[in-house]
Ligand binder design. Structure first.
Ligand SMILES: [Zn+2]
Length: 558
């Protein structure tokens, strides 16, 4: 306090005396009272209030002590016993992809190929003649027979629009005749390294493109800067309504980085985003020279590089040490040479960047970890290197990750989506070390949780539910799939908050409700930490706060 401010204080004190509540010079901007708080750090549960000023948490504790933060301009919210957690963080996601997906034909959960065709035909009828129709989310494992589709029925139903339909895991696409003509795919087209065009007995492409065969994507019409910004706005609103306050974009190109930067600079990025650059020579040269973008407001972080060791399990592109149990002779696909991953990792760490390598199979993980270990030269947790997905990993490689400080970036809903068929692909013995969240923790490793949206739903309640139950939404299988790997709610919450923040160099700013940290938080209508497990996906999100600003309120956000 300074002497010059005394008269103002006296006036304010008089005003306060006449209006009831005691006045504090240092009134908070936002005061949430009568709540139940799970701060994550320190672990536990606190009943009381949280006060926020200048975007940061200034108090968390008993209601009586919080009264001093109530000033004339304070927005006071009576939580009436509702629950507050730190803002949720998705450690592995694709925000732009989500925006694009929200604008595409949604093929998720289509129970038959006919249903996929019906949805695409409907969208094509509304689209301008000859324009591309994009769809996403088909999964032949949900269809009778579980066979990959072939293009003929789609081509017959939608003859006048080129159609591109990305598989649920993003590792395969189905195209129609018009699209194959536009992309120059025919019987003479060779399979690229790390990819294949599925073919009929006569060698004609069936319309399914696996992994690197999808790189003809470069010949698709590109997105405009305004497309990108529109997608980012829509996806951000979607995430905030789900309680996500920090998200990631795993693998962005130059134009996409520019879209984020222009939104950020215009003050129109309503949540935090951490970007991982795609493995492109020119892009990486530029950024390694420039160094990471560390935002003083922690809104847009650009200090990661994303690479791919292998493909995905659903399309049998994940690289395994022993052949697929349901496809003898197929070991999957390594898509990037280990020497390249090692070199990029070396340059990244020297330039102050972290590396995240996609690895699904045990061979993919082995090659990725070898590359990272050589680049790190030994244990280096502060480098925040990450193995993305960590789905099938040898026991000794899980131990190696913990020793080197390599973060296991895992997605609980991948396990529950894959469980109906993962045993066919992997066999019982390999399942023992698949989707092994608890083994990661038991080894002393760090678990950063996410969803991989739009591959899975962005809804973190589904991730928390999958993490603690390992069941589908109907409660199957009883007791959970490989139930020894279930997490406690506290572990799952930590994986979606503080450890996710650690995996993005953001743990000093967000990830827990601690005095001094940025005020990112979520208000749940009921106690998500104690409701029956089956209720977790349905606990309403009443309010989302970023930097102390209410950015979503249930019922009032469009
Ligand atoms: Zn991903």
């Amino acid at each position: 306090m300074t002497r010059g401010r005394t008269p103002l204080l006296l006036l304010a004190a008089l005003l306060a005396a006449s209006s009831g509540p005691s006045f504090a010079e240092d009134g908070a901007d936002l005061l949430l009272q009568h709540g139940v708080f799970y701060p994550v750090q320190p672990p536990g549960r606190i009943e009381g209030s949280i006060a926020v000023r200048g975007g940061r948490i200034v108090f968390l504790g008993p209601d009586a002590e919080a009264a001093r933060f109530r000033g004339p301009k304070t927005r006071v919210v009576d939580l009436a016993g509702r629950t507050v957690t730190p803002g949720l963080i998705d450690a592995h996601s694709h925000l732009l992809g989500l925006g694009r997906a929200l604008a595409e034909v949604d093929l998720t959960a289509a129970p038959t190929y006919d249903e996929v065709i019906r949805r695409v035909r409907e969208a094509a009828a509304r689209a301008p003649q000859g324009s591309w129709v994009f769809g996403r989310g088909w999964d032949q494992n949900l269809w009778p027979g579980r066979q990959f589709p072939t293009h003929e029925a789609l081509s017959a139903a939608v003859p006048d629009h080129p159609v591109w339909l990305t598989r649920v895991d993003g590792h395969a696409a189905l195209v129609n005749t018009r699209a194959m003509a536009a992309l120059g795919i025919d019987a003479a087209t060779q399979d690229p390294s790390g990819g294949r065009f599925l073919r009929d007995a006569a060698g004609h492409p069936s319309g399914v493109l696996v992994d690197n065969a999808m790189n003809v994507l470069g010949r698709l019409p590109g997105a405009s800067p305004e497309d990108n910004r529109r997608w980012l706005r829509a996806a951000s609103r979607h995430c905030l309504a789900l309680g996500l306050t920090t998200v990631t974009d795993m693998g962005v190109e130059a134009g996409e980085v520019a879209a984020y930067q222009s939104l950020r600079d215009a003050g129109e990025l309503p949540l935090r985003a951490a970007l991982f650059l795609t493995d492109d020579e020119v892009l990486l040269d530029t950024w390694f020279r420039r160094g990471p973008a560390i935002d003083p407001e922690a809104r847009l972080t650009i200090r990661g590089v994303k690479m791919y060791a292998d493909g995905a399990l659903g399309s049998r592109g994940a690289a395994l040490l022993e052949p697929y149990s349901d496809d003898p002779g197929n070991l999957g696909l390594l898509v990037t040479p280990g020497a390249h991953m090692e070199e990029v990792s070396r340059r990244a760490v020297a330039a102050g960047f972290q590396v995240g390598i996609h690895a699904i199979g045990d061979r993919g993980s082995l090659v990725a970890l070898d590359a990272m270990e050589k680049a790190l030269g030994g244990p280096r947790p502060e480098a925040r290197f990450r193995l993305e997905h960590t789905q099938v990993v040898r026991v000794q490689d899980l131990e190696r990750m913990a020793r080197l400080g390599i973060i296991a970036s895992m997605q609980p809903t991948h396990a529950t989506s894959d469980m109906p068929w993962a045993d066919e692909r992997l066999g019982e013995a390999r399942l023992e070390r698949a989707y092994a969240w608890r083994k990661v923790l038991a080894d002393g490793g760090r678990l950063a949780l996410g969803s991989d949206f739009p591959v899975e739903s962005a809804d973190p309640r589904l991730g928390l539910y999958a993490a603690v139950t390992r069941q589908d939404l109907k409660g199957n299988p009883p007791g959970g799939w490989l139930p020894g790997e279930r997490l406690t709610r506290e572990e799952a919450l930590r994986g979606f908050t503080l450890d996710a923040a650690w995996s993005l160099f953001l743990e000093k700013e967000v990830g827990s409700l601690e005095v001094g940290k940025r005020a990112d938080l979520v208000v749940f209508a009921r106690d998500i930490m104690t409701v029956p497990e089956a209720e977790i996906p349905r606990v309403e999100i009443d309010m989302t706060v970023v930097d102390g600003r209410v950015v979503h309120e249930r019922g009032s956000t469009p």
